[in-house]
Design a protein around this ligand. Sequence first.
Ligand SMILES: Nc1ncnc2c1ncn2[C@@H]1O[C@H](COP(=O)(O)OP(=O)(O)OP(=O)(O)O)[C@@H](O)[C@H]1O
Ligand SMILES: [Mg+2]
Length: 253
Amino acid sequence: MPSIAFSTIKGGVGKTTLCAHVAAALADAGHRVLLLDLDPQAHASLVLGLESREGPCVADALGARPARRMDDVVVVSPKRPGLFIAPGAPRMATQERELFQWGHRLQAIPRALKTLSWTPDVVLMDTPPSIGAFTEAVLSYADLVVAPVPTGAFALQGLGEIESAWRGIREQGGELVAAINLWDRRTTATNDAMDEALKDSTVPVLRTRIPRSESINQAGLGYEVVFDTSPAAPGVQELRALAQELARRAGVR
Ligand SMILES: Nc1ncnc2c1ncn2[C@@H]1O[C@H](COP(=O)(O)OP(=O)(O)OP(=O)(O)O)[C@@H](O)[C@H]1O
Ligand SMILES: [Mg+2]
C-alpha cells in the first residue's frame, strides 16, 4: 500500500493545499484514497468537507492502547465518494504529547493501519509544521515524503531541515522530494536563484510546479477544493498533474 506524506518544518508553504488536492485528484481518477490528517489544525479535514467535530479523530487510533480501531475513525469525505479521511482535531495536540511517551511511536501508523479492514490504493498524510511525535511517525512510515518549497526568499531553508529530520528517522528506503509551489514565472531573477540553489540540493525536485493562483488561495480561504469552485482556474491542471506524477513515483495502481 503506497503512502505519500506532505511535510516541512516551515509553516504556510502549501502542505495541506497540495495534500487535499492530490487526495481529491486521485479519488477523481478512480483510486480509493485514505487521508490521515495528522495536523491538529485539521485544515485538510475541513477542506474535504468535515466540519470541526467532537467525533473520533486519527490520533484515537494511534498509540500503545488506542481508544479506537482505524475502522471506527475513518469517514467518507462528503465531497468525494472514493476519498476516506481519518480526521484531525484540535485535541490532538494533547494526544501528540502522550504518543511521545510511547517507545514504539515510530511504528504508530503501520500498527494503526492494521486495524483497518480494507486496503486503500494509496495513503496520504498531512503533517503539522513541526517535528513532534506525529511528524516523526509519518517520516518513519511514508514511502514518499513531499516537501513543498515556495518560490521566494528563504524558500530552501525549510528543505534542509526536513531532509536532516527525514534522514535521521527513516531507517531504509523511501524518498524525499521537493515540490515547487506558489510559482510565479514573472519573478525571473528569484526563479533563477532558486533553480541554482536546488541544483546543489540532494533532494530531487518534482517536474510539476504549482503556480501561485488566486483561485487556489480563495478556495483555501473558504475551505473548498479548487476543482469544485473554479475547475478551469490557473493551477488546476498543475494540481492534477502533480497527483499523477506522485502516483507514478509512489507506485499507486
Ligand atoms: N499555489 C497556491 N496559490 C495560491 N495560494 C496558495 C497556494 N498554495 C497554498 N496557498 C495558500 O497559502 C496558505 C497556506 O497554505 P497551506 O495551509 O496549504 O500551507 P501549510 O504548509 O499546510 O500550512 P501549515 O504549516 O500551517 O500547516 C493558504 O491560505 C493557501 O490557500
Ligand atoms: Mg497545513
